[in-house]
Design a protein around this ligand. Structure first.
Ligand code: SAH
Length: 393
């Protein structure tokens, strides 16, 4: 792990307690939080708005609507973040538009890198001091941004560090988009080893339950995938929304006409165990979640991902592999096994390699496609389930 030098205005000495004081106390086991605490709203940003809304806002400021398109080109296409580079806008007008539509939403507080710089976790501070993280992962053939949809999470899965911290608030549309834009900027500027490049894939697998912040996540999906310069122009097929299984919200997502991939965090094939590992299962059972997933794949033609954290002696038995295989076989589905990543205070560990191999074989015996996810970013607490926005560095 290496820490990049602190840039101007980027203090790296934030203490543990000052960070934690912005976040709520841990929820009791099993308690779900759907309604995000009410807090002051982040300032309005271009990325909160559709192309038409941007023009309306600019017209409301007494300026020509095409100025909105110029701003969009700077933000979404050229990835400009320095107003001085917006030379096609006269200075006084530029300052006014930047004030109104491009406020600084996020400040990087800490950046940690691993895998020779190819994995980078950023700790962001929002306008109100709230903290959350995003992770950029560069591979030979693609670069994936793992983004947060909420600061904290209300879903309280006991093996996930984010869930243990509770829900602080929903992120706004622009706060979600800005994580992607920031990653795209560092790629475009050659700040990630491997030469200049682009962000090609997005996974909503950072902090938060995306379908519990549905309106903002939907708008962010449009901003991320709308063709440039209206949006960032990333293919819908390269975007994955991961959920604990909020059934009505999965159904609604299917009605949006998007072709984003759905990932379901299943972690157990039986209700008895899933009730404890993924507390939302007390509301929507395994069968209901899977039925919603199959309906989604039918509507979109997309293969559904089933996420399954491999927890030693808890959910990794051969009989559970067989049970899962039976539930999934014949469907448009792919299983992603995630060796459990360590989280503070957790009594669980990752499965033994031989049990993991047997689990894979158990699924394959039913003709179910399965891969084991790599553990990028583990040493910087940037892997699945480790994002807690509590920097002790
Ligand atoms: N709330 C959404 C988005 C988070 S995605 C969801 O649950 O799908 C993060 C993924 O990592 C989820 O599949 C989650 O269950 C999994 N995860 C959480 N903690 C983990 C851990 N300690 N080790 C491995 N995977 C974990």
């Amino acid at each position: 792990m290496t820490l990049p030098a602190a840039g101007p205005g980027i203090p790296l000495d934030l203490g543990y307690w000052s960070v934690m004081s912005e976040n709520p106390s841990p929820p009791p086991p099993g308690q779900l939080t759907f309604a995000a605490p009410r807090r002051a709203k982040p300032p309005r940003h271009l990325a909160d708005l559709s192309t038409a809304e941007r023009r309306e806002v600019v017209a409301g400021l007494g300026e020509k609507p095409f100025r909105a398109d110029q701003l969009s080109r700077h933000y979404f296409a050229r990835l400009t973040d320095d107003p001085a580079d917006m030379t096609d806008l006269p200075a006084p007008l530029r300052d006014k538009l930047v004030d109104e539509l491009l406020p600084t939403l996020l400040t990087p507080i800490n950046e940690q890198t691993a895998d020779r710089g190819m994995t980078r976790k950023t700790l962001w501070k929002a306008f109100d001091g709230v903290l959350f993280e995003s992770v950029l992962m560069r591979y030979p053939d693609r670069t994936t941004m793992c983004v947060s949809s909420q600061a904290g999470c209300g879903m309280n899965c006991p093996f996930c560090a984010t869930g243990q911290a509770g829900l602080t608030r929903n992120l706004s549309t622009a706060e979600i988009v800005e994580q992607v834009a920031a990653g795209a900027r560092s790629m475009a500027r050659g700040q990630v080893p491997g030469g200049p490049g682009r962000v090609s894939n997005i996974v909503f697998m950072g902090m938060g339950e995306p379908l519990a912040n549905r309106a903002n996540v939907l708008r962010a999906l449009h901003r991320i995938t709308d063709p440039s310069p209206g949006g960032l122009g990333i293919s819908q097929r390269s975007v994955t929304v991961s959920t604990v299984g909020l059934v009505p919200a999965i159904e609604k997502l299917g009605e949006e006409g998007l072709s984003v991939r759905l990932a379901v965090s299943l972690h157990a094939p039986d209700d008895e165990l899933r009730d404890t590992l993924v507390p939302i299962n007390n509301r929507w059972k395994v069968k209901e979640v899977l039925d919603a997933a199959w309906a989604y794949s039918k509507k979109t033609g997309r293969r559904v991902s089933i996420e399954y954290a491999m927890i030693k002696d808890i959910n990794d038995q051969a009989w559970r592999a067989d049970m899962l295989g039976k539930l999934l076989k014949g469907h448009l589905v792919h299983v992603n096994l995630i060796p459990l990543n360590p989280t503070p205070g957790s009594k669980w560990t990752a499965s033994r390699p031989e049990d993991e191999r047997a689990f894979v074989r158990g699924l394959e015996a039913h003709g179910v496609a399965v891969t084991v996810r790599d553990t990028r970013g583990r040493e910087i607490d940037g892997a699945c389930g480790q994002l807690a926005a509590a920097s002790k560095d």
